[in-house]
Design a protein around this ligand. Structure first.
Ligand SMILES: Nc1ncnc2c1ncn2[C@@H]1O[C@H](COP(=O)(O)OP(=O)(O)OP(=O)(O)O)[C@@H](O)[C@H]1O
Ligand SMILES: [Mg+2]
Length: 265
């Protein structure tokens, strides 16, 4: 997230008020995620600094979003300098670690991608885009192993109009996953769809095939050439290519992806 900006911040364990600290479970760009215990229940506590605007943004959208596949906010505590965001705890980790350690066949990947599209559709209906969609921000532990829960809402933006570019004040997201329009400091109702294409590739191949430090991946011929070489089904290639269309107006939207033949079969 915010690959160009801030230094990482570490917090002392006595910062966590009336919750008992158990262990650190995650290290994000903006602070640590701690496993904490209160009244015999485990929670995840994300401690962030107030001066960073995306941290207030995250709290705003955590309060607004209410969907079974979006992280549940339990409480927010604040001091003069930081927020302590108490979230529902997901003990099975995130999709990055899971996909790194497990080979997933196409049928599993289809189910996972379908389940990632559901909260995105809810967000679209509320004119919201996530803008930092990546396997690390998808926690495992819904009702079954294909269910993921979308977290890390710090980059969420509201769009005014479907299919139009809107200005960003600063770069958001994560370099590998960011859509071409983010690089040009704008976003679009279809921006998250680009990330879906890259996540699908990672889950199917366990590789980062679209590294922009190596390939000119905003060139459609380069995208097609990379896809051509992948050992995945033609339908899966078509699905990914529908996501990786450089002009966001021509890219598939979430509804079209949900109807794609690859997910339907
Ligand atoms: N509720 C939770 N339950 C279990 N693990 C969590 C939870 N929230 C976060 N984590 C773990 O902590 C990691 C970092 O959390 P998060 O993405 O919210 O922090 P961040 O600082 O915004 O991260 P980054 O900047 O790296 O995207 C996640 O990738 C996940 O592995
Ligand atoms: Mg994150």
């Amino acid at each position: 997230m915010f690959w160009c900006c801030y230094k990482r911040t570490t917090f002392k364990n006595n910062d966590i008020n009336d919750y008992d600290f158990i262990e650190n479970i995650g290290y994000g760009t903006f602070g640590d995620i701690k496993l904490v215990l209160k009244n015999n229940k485990y929670y995840a506590m994300k401690i962030t600094m107030k001066y960073q605007p995306q941290n207030a943004n995250e709290i705003k959208y955590l309060k607004l979003c209410n969907h079974p596949n979006i992280i549940s906010l339990i409480d927010v505590k604040e001091t003069d300098v930081n927020y302590k965001i108490i979230l529902k705890y997901y003990p099975n980790g995130d999709l990055f670690d899971y996909s790194y350690n497990n080979t997933l066949d196409e049928m599993c990947v289809k189910k996972i991608i379908f389940n990632i599209l559901l909260p995105l559709k809810y967000m679209q209906n509320n004119k919201l885009v996530h803008l930092d969609l990546k396997p690390e921000n998808l926690l495992l532990g819904g009702k079954n192993k294909f269910q993921t829960v979308l977290t890390d809402l710090g980059c969420v933006h509201k769009f005014n109009k479907i299919n139009s570019l809107q200005k960003l004040n600063f770069i958001v997201g994560t370099k590998y996953y960011n859509s071409p329009e983010i690089k040009s400091l704008s976003f679009h109702s279809n921006s998250d769809v680009w990330n879906i294409g890259l996540i699908t590739d990672i889950l199917l191949t366990q590789e980062l095939n679209f590294d922009r430090d190596i390939h000119d991946i905003f060139n459609p011929n380069v995208i097609n050439f990379i896809l051509f070489k992948l050992n995945i089904s033609e339908d899966a290639k078509d699905f990914i290519s529908e996501c990786l269309i450089v002009n966001p107006n021509n890219r598939s939207n979430i509804d079209q992806l949900l109807e794609h033949v690859w997910l339907k079969k």
